[in-house]
Design a protein around this ligand. Structure first.
Ligand code: FEO
Length: 172
């Protein structure tokens, strides 16, 4: 049985993951309006991944017999000056999420909750990838600068991303 502190922390993380999805949808819409359809695609796929992350946490709470808490999902920022600003904010957000996930891992240790610790390790590892991919794209954007032919290539590259359910082979 999950302790209340762990139920609260995991429920808060469900909210954060859904907020992340909402944030990336807002960024995707902004990129689309700028004409960067490929960037918009990458962010849309990212939003779908975040929804999957939140849903997996929710299902885990139910699977452990807990009642999740629900709260408002805050509205994301919708105005961005360009794709560089978008990815600076993606990276900053993912670093923030990493801190939250690490906090859950630390809580699980304090509460002697080995199952939650084991569960949240997937997210700890995922955050390493999340930060790395945001950093990689941001670095490319910085290198490319205003060179339109290079921006076209980067936009095409990001447009090739397809969604794959990260938990497709997982029962819970
Ligand atoms: Fe679910 Fe981007 O962290």
């Amino acid at each position: 049985m999950l302790k209340d502190s762990v139920v609260k922390a995991l429920s808060d993380q469900v909210n954060t993951e859904y907020y992340s999805a909402y944030l990336y949808l807002a960024m995707s819409a902004s990129a689309d309006r700028m004409g960067f359809k490929g960037v918009a695609n990458w962010l849309f796929v990212q939003a779908r991944e975040e929804t999957a992350h939140g849903t997996h946490l929710y299902q885990h709470l139910l699977g452990r017999g807990a009642t999740p808490f629900f709260a408002d999902i805050k509205a994301p920022e919708t105005a961005y000056a360009g794709i560089r600003e978008i990815f600076e904010k993606v990276l900053a957000h993912e670093r923030h999420v990493t801190e939250l996930i690490n906090g859950i891992a630390s809580l699980a240790v304090r509460e002697d909750d080995h199952a939650t610790y084991n569960f949240i390790m997937w997210y700890v590892n995922e955050q390493v990838e999340e930060e790395a991919s945001a950093e990689e794209i941001l670095t490319k954007i910085r290198f490319v600068g205003d060179k339109l032919d290079q921006l076209y290539i980067l936009n095409t590259e990001l447009g090739a991303r397809v969604f794959t359910d990260p938990f497709a082979a997982t029962a819970n």
